[in-house]
Design a protein around this ligand. Sequence first.
Ligand code: NAD
Ligand code: IPM
Ligand code: MN
Length: 361
Amino acid sequence: GQLFKVAVLPGDGIGPEVMAEALKVLDAIEKRYDVKFERTHANVGGAGIDLEGRALPETTVNICKASDAILFGSVGGPKWETLPPDEQPERGALLPLRKIFGLYANLRPAIIFPSLTSASSLKEEVIAGGFDILVIRELTGGIYFSQPKGIDGEGRERVGVDTMRYSVPEIERIAHVAFQAARKRGKKVCSIDKANVLSTSVLWREIVINIAKEYPDVELSHMYVDNAAMQLVRWPKQFDVILCENMFGDILSDEAAMLTGSLGMLPSASLAEGTFGMYEPSGGSAPDIAGQGIANPIAQILSAGMMLRYSFGMVEAADAIDNAVARVLDEGYRTRDIYQEKAGEKLVNTKEIGDAIIANL
Ligand code: NAD
Ligand code: IPM
Ligand code: MN
């Protein structure tokens, strides 16, 4: 059988709680398919700070380097928010991980499961028949990473600076990812920008139009980001692949997540050139519900499924995970974030919905 090495980085808040369920799913996949996932746990984020003195310990980076993929929970929380910004879990661990491993392509699929239509914040008429949106977010450039960046000066004279910068090759490679993904699905790319204001967006639009010539079978449209935020809630079915720069994709993917019922449903894959990737829920450490065992583990479980699909080529097993999640939702299992108090619904905790998913695999 095949052997894959997985770096397991549960992180903070609900991270370890939802990770435990995803690992149970990997156990179940090992039993059904001829495969072994050799897992090495490592500290990251607040857990890294507390246990090893820094958000991204070198041991953690080395474990990731020795692995075929990273399964990541989430990092951050109130406990570490008073540290210097660059030492905090987000800027000290998550962003460096994305940069170190060249994870420039972030795929966030927002799909409405049929039995969850009433959990969406949109009216049932608007989402009837479902939608299937793939947000493709550029993940290692733009305002998150460009220099200069920081706070200069003293007291009231201080100035905060962030820079948004995109090079032609950075735009080209993420555009290719979007067109190639669209080719395998609805054959439409909507590129999001703010080309009426931002120079990065003017260049972005020009380059995306150029790359589109290589994909005559894919229909390209452009939308300003403010309009896109509105169109997503007005009529999500108009979208297939949404292509965004880093910060626009961060914001629009949380919005798209809620259309599916809960941020706890939205997985993500962060891909480099080749097969290496990091897989993590799109949402965060949810300090408001951490430690209670009630978080929705579906985003983490679907992220593990994306790892099988994109890094390990295990399409059948990945489909089996997606189908098991759909069946459990059909059976009425609901964590609190997707619970509607409707007949047939069963309010369950993190572990119980994880067990139900495994029973349906
Ligand atoms: P959040 O995503 O953690 O939470 C937003 C809301 O969604 C909360 O009400 C939370 O309870 C809910 N939610 C999120 N995931 C859920 C789940 N699986 N099940 C049920 N409910 C869920 O965002 P926030 O509150 O803005 O940030 C909290 C911390 O997480 C911050 O430190 C932030 O920087 C960090 N964060 C980390 C990541 C990451 O590690 N990838 C992503 C986003 C935010
Ligand atoms: C996400 C998160 C991160 C981001 C934060 C925690 C740095 O919000 O993965 O969406 O903004 O990319
Ligand atoms: Mn985000």
